[in-house]
Ligand binder design. Sequence first.
Ligand SMILES: Cc1ncc(COP(=O)(O)O)c(C=O)c1O
Length: 435
Amino acid sequence: MSDAPKSAELFERAQRVTPGGVNSPVRAFRAVGGTPRFMVSGSGPYLVDADGRQYVDLVSSWGPMILGHAHPAVVAAVQAAAAGGLSFGTPTLGEIELAELIIARVDAPSLQQVRLVNSGTEATMSAIRLARGVTGRHRVVKFAGCYHGHVDALLAAAGSGVATFAHPDSEGVTGAQTAETIVLPYNDLAAVEECFAAYGAEIACVITEAAAGNMGAVAPLAGFNAGLREVTYKHGALLIMDEVMTGFRVSAAGWYGLDPVEADLFTFGKVMSGGLPAAAFGGRADVMGQLSPAGPVYQAGTLSGNPVAVAAGLASLRAADASVYAALDANAHTVGRLLGAALDEAGVAHQVQYAGSLFSVFFADAPVTDFAGAQACATWRYKPFFHAMLDAGVYLPPSAFEAWFVNAAMDDGALARIADALPGAARAAAAATAS
Ligand SMILES: Cc1ncc(COP(=O)(O)O)c(C=O)c1O
């Protein structure tokens, strides 16, 4: 054990200088209670915290680390890029290569140009601005339970009826900022059609997670994404497929590789930057050509296309070959199978749901297809389940509404640790009572 301060001491210290002690809310463990673990290193499928405890990591930095932590090729690429200069504020070759690689891997006729930004939030915010600029319309449709970053207009809760205007879902967001947002139930095409019947001529875009991962894993029902394509096309609105979470994780081409629906705009993040801060949005050349400096829709970034982040993204995508995707699928299904078996054995009603290799558990009797269904689950079972796993050295998402992210580096030892931990955690979930 090292002399380094322990997580509890660090958390106390962090809370003095950082709101809630964290730089992104879910890290604070509020949904599960207890002290967030301060990590000091990661290697392959494992993380080590400030107390020297090792965990099998089923969060993978919320998605980016498909290769596992500190993958040698990615680390070498980052070191080489850093040694060559950290940022130039000029175009670089790497940015072209990353854009070309993203376009080639997705291989969608409608993905012809890409712009690099710094976060998924920036990607969705910019895509919406572009959609409004291109269509000359103002309204945006999103789905309850889908998260697209902390864009003001998207921090919105549904109005009183289907297709009524949204309310702010955060203090600091004004009614004016959400007044042009319409929040509909996920997987409900009839609601989308009703909404377009009422406001079709005013709707600039529909934004949807390609497969929802931010209410737990909730895949689009068969035909849902295709239906969105049809309705938006018919009414002259753009379809924005948010692949920040699914992109280059659920297949080499992201969700598009599993369900090839042509969006007008795609957003990417996480895997494409290998764990460093970079993201992207892209679409047809005529749409993207409306962005500054080529066109009138303003968008910019001092560190956009940063050479170190681009190097990490390029190295990650280049290393993510067919064997990596086979390992992600196999690991997700192994863990999901073990999870289901442990909960069966403990007599806990559950659904292990997949969206490609994203998955999560809902404590429910029937499959969950939307946010209302996710909220109706016995989420109070998750807290003791989570802590039993944590105590046994398995780091799960500290919230019942998050997807689990495997990586391709998980070895027999990591899977065995999960297998050993699950029965006790399932019994803890069984013993939980609603509070
Ligand atoms: C689908 C989706 N879109 C956008 C975002 C926002 O990305 P970022 O956290 O990089 O701003 C996220 C973040 O989790 C996401 O899951």
